[in-house]
Design a protein around this ligand. Sequence first.
Ligand SMILES: Cc1cc2nc3c(=O)[nH]c(=O)nc-3n(C[C@H](O)[C@H](O)[C@H](O)COP(=O)(O)OP(=O)(O)OC[C@H]3O[C@@H](n4cnc5c(N)ncnc54)[C@H](O)[C@@H]3O)c2cc1C
Length: 412
Amino acid sequence: MTAHTVVVGGGPGGMFLAYLLARAGRPVTLLERHHDFDRDFRGDSLHPWTLELFDRLGIGERLLDRPHVKAYSFRFHTPRGTVTTSEYRLLDTPRNYVALMPQVRFLDFLAAEASAFDGFTLRTGARVTGLLTGPDGTVTGVRYRDDAGEHELAADLVVAADGRFSQVRRLAGIEPVSLGAQTDLLWFSLPHRDGDPEDADVDLYLGDHHYIGLISGPGRWQIGYSLPKGGLSAARAAGVEPIRRFVAEQVPWLADRVGLLEDFKQTTLLSVDISRVERWHAPGLLLIGDAAHVISPTGGNGILMALQDALVAADRLVPALEHGTPGEHVLAGIQADREPAIRQVQAAQVRVEHQVARARERGRPITPPGFLRLLTRIPAVRARSARSNAYGPNPPVPGPDLCRALELTTTG
Ligand SMILES: Cc1cc2nc3c(=O)[nH]c(=O)nc-3n(C[C@H](O)[C@H](O)[C@H](O)COP(=O)(O)OP(=O)(O)OC[C@H]3O[C@@H](n4cnc5c(N)ncnc54)[C@H](O)[C@@H]3O)c2cc1C
């Protein structure tokens, strides 16, 4: 009998996995603790890998009908000039850009697409509070709470896609290991105005002691202002003026509106973390996305990694779920397929975190290494860097079983 999967968490990873399972005819219930998918500053970047895959799934055009901004490059701005490290335009694909779309639009889109399949059930306002287990400890379902009270829901497989503070992970007694992030980011937004540069895509402005990430989106600029880890109280004590000053100095064309940042209430703190669990699975339970590994916003590829986890999980789960609860070897296979890419991304991020911390300790401006400035003058280098960011390491493709179940051609 075809097995029933419960996915906990309607972020990019959980929602995409639920979509793929439902489309492949595998019954799936998605539990999301919030009543909707609205959330601010959660990453809006849809990379070329995602856009190409969605084209292949036949839903790319519909996705891109929703308002978004196209980012064609990734740049550093330093007192010594601007360095473009990744130039997506140089990629040999019609989707040669990162689509910046508020996450709520992306998640609403996936939920609507998944709802077209009979096997898909979405319960919002449903917070998972416990795990059901069999006599041998196998996870057999979840306990959740919604406005109507407490419920139990049986499952042949539970997938924890409930993010960096995963409750399911905690309930299963699985501990993440931190690899040591040194920075926190304070996010806020400022409106677009006529005359803003059209090519401000994904920009990093490096200054003394701080940097800011500037990302465009429909109608507004999202700004991430770096703080040393744990530095929020000191920043609050100093007030918003130093932040306004830094933004105006680094990005002079925003000076006319930095005054709109009046209070810390307008900001959201992202405590940057780089961590992962050792085992992404237990009997009857699989962890994916941020629940399994948190990456820093450097490279903006948290969503990409979560979506790639979901594809790999669907690839192995779709055939296995036809025969009941997938064995642990199936779940271990998902980790084995994905973990090397995650390790590679995290190792690069840890290096960047250390560079930033060293510069801060020495009171030096944070700058990209000199050789990068020279190297990135070569278009092939900018194209290579764009490719690596656009697709991530070892980008997965749907395998033959999943292609059959989704009615896709195996090449594409
Ligand atoms: C402030 C901030 C800025 C970021 N910027 C970027 C960026 O620019 N680009 C990028 O690619 N990534 C960015 N990220 C990272 C990105 O958001 C995550 O990597 C990505 O969303 C991970 O997806 P996920 O599906 O694994 O988990 P999440 O997106 O975290 O989704 C988890 C879901 O689980 C739900 N949930 C949690 N607990 C329960 C429970 N007990 N029961 C039911 N549901 C539950 C949550 O409400 C949430 O909807 C950012 C993250 C943050 C916090």
